[in-house]
Design a protein around this ligand. Structure first.
Ligand SMILES: *[C@@H]1O[C@H](CO)[C@@H](O)[C@H](O)[C@H]1NC(C)=O
Ligand SMILES: *[C@@H]1O[C@H](CO)[C@@H](O)[C@H](O)[C@H]1NC(C)=O
Ligand SMILES: *[C@@H]1O[C@H](CO)[C@@H](O)[C@H](O)[C@H]1NC(C)=O
Ligand SMILES: *[C@@H]1O[C@H](CO)[C@@H](O)[C@H](O)[C@H]1NC(C)=O
Ligand SMILES: *[C@@H]1O[C@H](CO)[C@@H](O)[C@H](O)[C@H]1NC(C)=O
Length: 507
């Protein structure tokens, strides 16, 4: 621009008087200032809006040849300072008789840039499977009819009040999957409407919305929830309006504190785009997905810790005397009761899903352990009963055994006396020859001795056997086995589910 002015000055120089030259120099200086101002403003503009240079093709779609609008003549001279009357004139000219809000900005499809800034996310509800958020939502498009760059005003934009919005064309981009959306009115509607000299319109709303979440409680309470918002132009299909995400930072959350809810943490958000086929034609769709991770500290304190106590209490029974059955049963049953009560309290605040949650598996595991400890109690009681029975038998058997022992002893003595020194103690190890002599010598006596010995062995076995199913022995084994199995269950459970949740410290 400066160069063109300088060129003009150089060309005109010979014909100009010195006064006129001074004036032209002033104009050039003004223009340079103006340029500088734009340079300063540029970074700010880029932070808030990115516009495609007029005439370039939209990048992501099929080539669309732009509507050839004659470019406004380059403004000459210093810019006009705008005052009330000229502003009013400008608006009446822009939204005059030629402007019809029912007409599209151009014959070709209008590209609408969408941007979303999340102010805060306040709530995620399992019951309604939804989330609540306050967002700033921008739509930016270019309407060549509102181009006033030819006027050479000193303003970079004109901001209009919200009530102007119904009188102008807008692409009508909306949240198509929201459950409820409200434009904040604090006290008047929070709508920003800016028109730039080149006809670019920036429309921004501050809305409070309730959006849907895909509720999946399989890993509850180590779960992640995914919520999404879908944008579409409600009125216009792809032939009229194309909606695209802004090139840079289409979705942003400036305040890091707003990512943390009391029981959830926003771990990820991503933006997607698609073109959908409806009966009314093709529609552009933009989607933003938020992924939240549940902070399960509450459940560790309120659900897991008490169940640990319940399970531990049920093990105390293993150290109590096997004869104190009532005490042992009370321990088992009361811990089972406490556990079911705990579980009921937690589940009460959740939707009634019909699949198994991680918490259910935990609860079933713990109930199983307590139930097994009760079963162990029954086994101990039964073993003791058998033991007592056997002991009663053994008392009568004992007498009989003593008699047999005595008899066999006397038999042996008698036999040894009969056979003298040459008689072997064990008939099996003896040679055929000696066996023969013994059999000849002893006859019936030897056979009787062998039979009685077998009987004695059997009796001794019977005597020893009850030692294995003693109640105390079972308790001893259980006191080691139960904690061991429970530890194994814990290791599997926590590794699996914390792995699924993305680890203790993952972000
Ligand atoms: C319109 O003007 C704005 C602000 O001056 C600028 O950032 C943008 O690139 C322009 N858009 C076009 C299409 O020229
Ligand atoms: C875009 O507009 C120009 C001029 O009006 C027209 O020639 C061209 O066919 C249009 N392109 C499309 C894709 O409609
Ligand atoms: C506003 O500016 C125009 C020229 O740009 C001038 O004619 C008019 O007198 C000004 N009005 C006021 C109230 O300053
Ligand atoms: C709007 O114009 C004012 C000056 O008129 C300028 O300070 C401001 O940065 C402009 N806003 C945008 C978004 O371009
Ligand atoms: C989504 O956007 C990308 C780039 O932003 C583009 O390449 C792609 O074609 C778009 N997809 C659809 C289905 O519009």
């Amino acid at each position: 621009m400066i160069i063109s002015y300088l060129a003009r000055i150089v060309l005109l120089l010979p014909e100009l008087s010195s006064g006129e030259t001074d004036r032209l120099a002033e104009i050039a200086a003004d223009q340079a200032k103006e340029e500088q101002f734009i340079d300063y403003a540029q970074p700010f503009l880029e932070r808030h809006t990115t516009f495609r240079p007029y005439g370039s093709k939209p990048r992501h779609y099929d080539p669309i040849i732009e509507h050839p609008i004659p470019p406004n003549p380059q403004p000459t001279g210093p810019c006009q300072v705008i005052n009330e009357t000229s502003r009013k004139d400008l608006l009446t000219k822009l939204f005059g008789e030629t402007y019809d809000k029912n007409n599209l900005p151009s014959a070709n499809s209008t590209e609408v840039i969408v941007e979303l800034t999340v102010q805060s996310i306040t709530e995620i509800s399992e019951f309604s499977s939804s989330f609540k958020a306050d967002v700033w939502f921008s739509q930016i498009w270019r309407d060549p009819r509102l181009d006033f760059s030819g006027q050479n005003y000193c303003i970079k934009n004109i901001s209009l009040a919200a009530h102007k919005l119904p009188t102008m064309w807008s692409p009508n981009v909306c949240f198509v999957n929201s459950k409820k959306v409200e434009i904040h009115a604090s006290p008047s509607q929070n709508i920003l409407l800016l028109i730039f000299p080149n006809g670019t319109v920036w429309l921004n709303f501050r809305v409070s919305l309730i959006g849907p979440c895909k509720l999946d409680l399989t890993y509850f309470p180590m779960d992640r929830q995914s919520c999404n918002l879908v944008f579409e132009s409600y009125s216009y299909n792809t032939a009229e309006v194309r909606i695209v995400w802004r090139d840079w930072e289409p979705v942003s959350i400036p305040d890091p504190d707003s990512k943390n809810l009391p029981d959830f943490e926003l771990v990820e958000f991503k933006h997607l785009n698609a073109t959908l086929v409806y009966t009314a034609g093709l529609w552009d769709q933009l989607e933003v997905q938020f992924t939240f991770r549940r902070l399960y500290g509450y459940y560790v304190l309120q659900a897991y810790m008490p169940t640990y106590l319940s399970v531990f209490i049920s093990w105390i029974a293993f150290w109590i005397d096997t004869k104190a059955l009532p005490a042992r049963i009370t321990l088992g049953v009361s811990s089972l009761m406490a556990l079911t009560f705990q579980f009921g309290n937690i589940v009460k605040n959740l939707p009634r899903v019909s699949y198994v949650k991680a918490l259910d598996i935990w609860m079933f595991g713990c109930v199983g352990f307590i139930f097994l400890s009760l079963v162990e109690l029954a086994v101990v009681g039964f073993a003791d009963k058998l033991d007592a029975k056997r002991r009663r038998h053994n008392r009568s058997f004992g007498r009989c055994k003593e008699q047999m022992m005595m008899r066999s002893d006397s038999e042996q003595q008698w036999l040894s006396r009969l056979s003298g020194q040459q008689r072997p103690q064990n008939s099996e190890t003896s040679t055929d020859n000696t066996n023969h002599t013994v059999q000849i010598n002893d006859g019936n006596g030897h056979l009787r001795r062998r039979k009685s010995e077998e009987k004695r062995q059997k009796l001794l076995l019977q005597m020893e056997h009850p030692m294995f199913v003693n109640g105390e022995k079972i308790d001893e084994i259980s006191a080691k086995l139960f904690p061991l199995l429970f530890t194994a269950f814990n290791i599997f459970y926590w590794f699996y589910y914390i792995g699924m949740s993305g680890g203790f410290f993952s972000k």
